[in-house]
Ligand binder design. Sequence first.
Ligand SMILES: Nc1ncnc2c1ncn2[C@@H]1O[C@H](COP(=O)(O)OP(=O)(O)OP(=O)(O)O)[C@@H](O)[C@H]1O
Ligand SMILES: [Mg+2]
Length: 372
Amino acid sequence: MQLSEIKVSNFRNHKQIAISFTDRITVLTGENGAGKTSLLEAISILGSARSFRSGKIVDLIKHGTERSVIEGLVRCELYENSIRAELKPTRKAMTLNGKKLHQVRDLMHVMPFVIFSPADHRIVEGDASDRRLFLNKAVSQWDFNYADDLRGFQRVLLQRNRILKENKGNFGVLHQVSKSLSPWDEQFIHYSIALTKSRTRYLQEFENVYVVCYKTLANKSNLVGIKYISSLFENPGKDTENKEEIIKEKLQESLKEDMLRGSTNIGPHRDEISLTIDGNQAKFYSSQGEKKTIALALRLAEVDLIQRQHKKAPMLLVDDVSSELDCNRRQALIGLLREGDSQVLITATELPMDLLDGMDLPFDHFDLTGEI
Ligand SMILES: Nc1ncnc2c1ncn2[C@@H]1O[C@H](COP(=O)(O)OP(=O)(O)OP(=O)(O)O)[C@@H](O)[C@H]1O
Ligand SMILES: [Mg+2]
């Protein structure tokens, strides 16, 4: 798979820009604020229907303009696919090969990608939502049903929360609220079980790969761990449990609390992944360097799992990270970029010669300075 061309208009600071890419390595350079990360962000929208940076569409549209368009051509073996995203302040419309996009999975099928970002340390240091974001994106590209289940769940959660918010603190109508929630609860249960199952399966396969990646990077004997903590089940991997009944009971138990807060307090949106190093919470225990190594190992494992699952190399978007890496980690990244046949986009303020010399492969160079 190869992204051969991207055209962007009124996206972040870009008024209009078109770039053609080779099937291997392209380096995008430009000063701070030139719009390098924004271009990777535009690519992430083509591949996953959402930005890896911001949740709000309006942030993405160039200030002072009404509408942003991103278009990409992706070659997959003999076929060429066109993906188009049109962003307006309150809505996003996407097409794949000229037809309205119904399922995000269709994009993931066409254009799997993994982004290495300087912000990845947040997966370790940030709060649970940062880790869920990582997990959601990773599982979505591994199990194509997951992205649709996730959207389904988010839709139901929104409806459920709307009812709870409207009746916030009004315990006199508890019974009616419970009745209004009931049809949503059925769907809530359905999607919660589906998401929990996919997350469990993913992390079971992920853990071994991740441990090996970390060992290779760190060159030390520390043992890292990753564990799924479900807000609904003590043992999410146990199939014998009657999961439907468990969630039903938990929703009932949580109803008063939910009404008090005006939102749903249990569910997959409250799950957590625990990252450990020698049994200690990595967030509080690890050094800065170890945190970066953990984050890089998580990304390398993410790439590995996509390759295993789909027998397809994801596109690798490397945003300005080489400057942050020490020798071992840089070597590992070079190894990953050299091996296989992934298309690679690297951004940097200046040509990252150490990385490029290490790879010793031909590359294209596009400078964004003066493009805006
Ligand atoms: N909606 C928007 N409209 C116009 N400009 C925007 C918008 N959102 C962000 N910007 C600007 O776009 C610029 C590009 O940001 P971006 O993060 O892509 O730069 P970068 O080249 O990656 O820089 P760095 O090297 O510092 O990482 C920033 O100067 C930012 O202020
Ligand atoms: Mg940047």
